[in-house]
Design a binder for this molecule. Structure first.
Ligand SMILES: Cc1cc2nc3c(=O)[nH]c(=O)nc-3n(C[C@H](O)[C@H](O)[C@H](O)COP(=O)(O)OP(=O)(O)OC[C@H]3O[C@@H](n4cnc5c(N)ncnc54)[C@H](O)[C@@H]3O)c2cc1C
Length: 387
């Protein structure tokens, strides 16, 4: 594997950096620091601006209005955006959209794809339920065909983007008599459908997720994605598209901690001259670099037409555990100051590392738990039998 960027890729990276420098205002920076799983009004404007300038579709095929660039270019783009915590169209662009391209009807492609690319349509992902998380195929939300519509009843949880999205990409059971993986389907549900209720779910990391309730919510049968009862296959496909994951947000956390150590004096010397601080930061720097290589490996594999599977799980576990390592190191190095929230002017580095301490456990769940990821590594990476 070649870890270096070509001159063209370096030029592209510079172009992305210039774009960010031009449009990242202090107000937008402040908003994105507050939100991790949600996008505020300025973030939405930024996504639409990217859409107008063609940045959202850099990895999409040209026939659907994209730039048709390779996975490494997409990775470069995501890295630069992640370094500033900027929104990039999330799973609408990187998971639901590419799935629609492959299995959606012609009408759905015409109706949704161009608007996804301009940032006008955003999907919240409605998979998880109170009793169906890791074992997703146990989901109970029902969609029953009634003439030209489906009537939906049930409840979703952790539908993170629901409060600022236009639609829900919903997984629901269409045939309870079939084995559990076979009787489910995907629907596109407009968020303003009568019978859809969104309730906030505040996380310990101060980020909002949601519960979504469906009570006789009726959607046109034309909103079924692909064929009825093949939803599991489409979800697996959608998850495969999520495998490009940047590492740069974590590097920013470490940079924040390094800045703090450089600029904070203890016992007459900057913390960066204290032996235990230097050793802790150097260890983390090694881990961050390993994470970058794991991240780039996934992009490199996709560029070569391979699907990183166990490799993406390795990245996900390493990333979420490294969040914890940095958050705990910040507690050790900053002492009591590490507990001050961003609203307080005494909070070091804007309270970002305090927030990381509260949110790192969530990273071990979001996108599939680390235990499930370890099962994937054992099974698909090491060739062990299913558990
Ligand atoms: C911040 C956040 C945002 C999220 N956003 C979304 C979203 O937008 N849309 C969406 O649909 N979902 C979302 N999720 C849900 C997420 O995908 C689930 O939390 C995850 O799949 C785990 O499901 P669960 O919470 O029901 O835990 P469970 O599956 O009940 O797991 C509980 C514990 O049991 C362990 N466990 C379960 N099965 C196994 C097994 N087979 N082997 C070993 N251990 C196992 C788990 O690792 C975990 O420790 C989000 C979650 C979080 C935390």
């Amino acid at each position: 594997m070649d870890f270096s960027l070509t001159p063209e890729q370096e030029a592209f990276q510079k172009q992305v950096r210039d774009f960010i420098r031009q449009h990242l205002t202090p107000e937008l920076r402040e908003e994105v620091e507050r939100e991790q799983y949600a996008i505020g009004p300025l973030g939405k404007n930024f996504v639409r601006l990217m859409g107008r300038q063609g940045w959202l579709g850099i990895g999409w095929p040209k026939e659907y209005g994209g730039q048709g660039r390779g996975a490494i270019d997409q990775w470069i783009f995501l890295e630069e955006m992640a370094a500033e915590n900027l929104p990039t169209g999330g799973l609408t662009l990187n998971s639901a959209g590419p799935t629609l391209m492959r299995v959606g009807s012609e009408r759905q492609k015409r109706e949704y794809l161009p608007k996804i690319l301009t940032g006008e349509i955003e999907f919240a992902i409605g998979y998880t339920e109170p009793n169906a998380g890791s074992d997703l195929a146990s989901l109970q939300t029902r969609a029953v065909r009634d003439g030209d519509s489906y009537v939906i009843n049930g409840q979703k949880i952790y539908t993170s983007a629901a409060h600022h999205s236009t639609h829900i990409w919903l997984l629901a059971r269409t045939d309870p008599k079939l084995p559990k993986h076979r009787g489910i389907s995907i629907f596109i549900v407009p968020i303003d459908t009568p019978g859809v209720t969104i309730r906030p779910l505040e996380t310990m990391g101060s980020e909002r997720s949601n519960e979504v309730f469906f009570e006789d919510a009726r959607v046109p049968a034309a909103n079924l994605v692909g064929e009825e009862n093949r939803g599991w296959q489409y979800v697996t496909m959608a998850l495969d598209f999520e495998r490009l994951m940047p590492h740069a947000r974590i590097r920013t956390h470490l940079d924040n901690l390094i800045d703090y150590a450089r600029n904070t004096v203890k016992d007459g010397r900057p913390l960066s001259q204290h032996y235990h601080v230097r050793i802790a930061l150097a260890r983390l720097a090694v881990e961050v670099e390993v994470l970058r290589l794991f991240s780039m490996r996934c992009a490199w594999m996709i560029e070569r037409g391979q699907v990183p599977n166990a490799e993406a799980s390795v990245f996900k576990i390493y990333m979420s555990e490294l969040n914890e390592h940095i958050a705990r190191a910040a507690q050790n190095i900053m002492g009591a100051y590490a507990a001050i929230r961003g609203e307080d002017r005494l909070a070091p580095v804007g309270g970002r590392l305090e927030k990381l301490y509260r949110s790192f456990p969530l990273y071990k769940f979001a996108g599939g738990t680390n235990e499930v990821m370890r099962n994937i590594i054992a099974q698909r990476g090491l060739g062990m039998p299913r558990d």
